[in-house]
Design a binder for this molecule. Structure first.
Ligand SMILES: NC(=O)c1ccc[n+]([C@@H]2O[C@H](COP(=O)([O-])OP(=O)(O)OC[C@H]3O[C@@H](n4cnc5c(N)ncnc54)[C@H](O)[C@@H]3O)[C@@H](O)[C@H]2O)c1
Length: 326
């Protein structure tokens, strides 16, 4: 296959790019490097430095050959930042995606896998969350992705665009030689690993008064390799009879912030100092997925379900990444 990967210089898009290349597929990475480094690109992927809002560049890129699918990872990803600057999330995540959809339609490309998010659900009424739960984001980041899901539905009905929208929960872990390295970093596991490495004095815990077993937020962590496999299954399914797929991608088990910190202490053998801070606006108390739908319909089987396994892979990568300056 030949795949266009937007955001392929980032954490998840970069993992998918490597997985696709390792399976003999051809990949064109399309990224403006606003949150990643050129160094993160694998040598055997074609690279186009570009902005997703640039419809003309996307059209010329897509016209250079027939792509079997587009995987759209490029986005701004920080819920906290989106509470302060919603406009950049709607511009970068929603409006830019419309340019991508128009470019796909104009060049006759009709298969898309879209990186959606658990943030589309907001504060869930029941747990684990099913795909038909109410969609009521509590932050502009989630809203910016939900708006894309709504556009996709209409592009499917009006133009026959085939798409899979994968609502990821918390993605973590690393494959051999590549893992999470956001700049700036806002995700819990790499931040705690920074403390383990002595690069950060302590880990901030935002809120000790949530209605959970130890008062800290509960999240569902899925290994990036398992998530990558879900993309390949979804893209394959779109080639067959299905034209509109929506799946949660998580582990079905939630861990509190304190449990994640404890797991890092166990895996790394290092002390982790903590600092208790007030809640952050927009953070739901519990986000745990039911991923039974993709398991039943596409046969998705996560291989790295244990939290310690996920953290072990992240720890291995985290120690290497500073040597590579990624
Ligand atoms: N990491 C998670 O836990 C998580 C959870 C849910 C959903 N997601 C979604 O997964 C996708 C990938 O996340 P990630 O963690 O790999 O983030 P990342 O920041 O590592 O990667 C995003 C990439 O997109 C690029 N980019 C951003 N805006 C762009 C634009 N307008 N034009 C071109 N390139 C642009 C950045 O330079 C970066 O390389 C995002 O869409 C995110 O919303 C991630």
């Amino acid at each position: 296959m030949r795949i266009l990967v937007t955001g392929g210089a980032g954490y998840i898009g970069g993992t998918l790019t490597r997985l696709l290349l390792s399976q003999g597929h051809a990949v064109t990475v399309y990224d403006n490097l606003c949150h990643s480094k050129r160094l993160a690109l694998p040598a055997d992927a074609e690279f186009v430095e570009g902005e997703v809002a640039d419809r003309a560049l996307l059209e010329s890129t897509l016209s250079r050959g027939r792509f079997d699918g587009v995987m759209h990872f490029a986005a701004l990803i920080e819920a906290g930042e989106s509470m302060k600057r919603p406009e950049i999330y709607f511009r970068n995540n929603t409006s830019a995606t419309l340019s991508l959809l128009e470019a796909m339609l104009a060049t006759g490309h009709d298969r898309l896998v879209f990186s959606s998010t658990a943030a589309c659900y907001g504060e869930p009424e029941t747990t684990p969350i099913l795909e038909d739960a109410k969609l009521q984001p509590t932050n502009p980041y989630g809203e910016s992705k939900l708006l894309v899901e709504q556009m996709l539905r209409w592009m499917n009905l009006s133009h026959g665009l085939k798409y899979a929208s994968l609502r990821y929960f918390n993605v973590a872990g690393a494959i051999d030689g590549y893992g999470e390295a956001h700049e700036p970093e806002s995700h819990l596991i790499p931040l705690i690993l920074d403390v383990a490495l002595g690069r950060r004095a302590n880990i901030k815990i935002f809120g000790r008064d949530y209605p959970t077993k130890d008062g800290t937020c509960v999240r569902d962590y899925v290994h990036v390799h398992d998530l990558a496999e879900a993309h390949l299954l979804a893209l394959g399914a779109l080639g067959e009879a299905k034209s509109r797929l929506i799946y949660n991608i998580g582990n079905g088990e939630g861990f509190t912030v304190l449990e994640v910190i404890e797991s890092v202490r166990r895996v790394t053998g290092r002390p982790i100092a903590v600092e208790e801070c007030p809640r952050r606006p927009g953070d739901p108390a519990v986000l745990v997925a039911s991923s039974e739908k993709i398991k039943a319909e596409l046969g998705w089987k996560p291989q790295f379900a244990e939290l310690d396994q996920i953290i072990f892979s992240a720890w291995k990568w985290h120690q290497q990444r500073y040597a590579k300056d990624i």
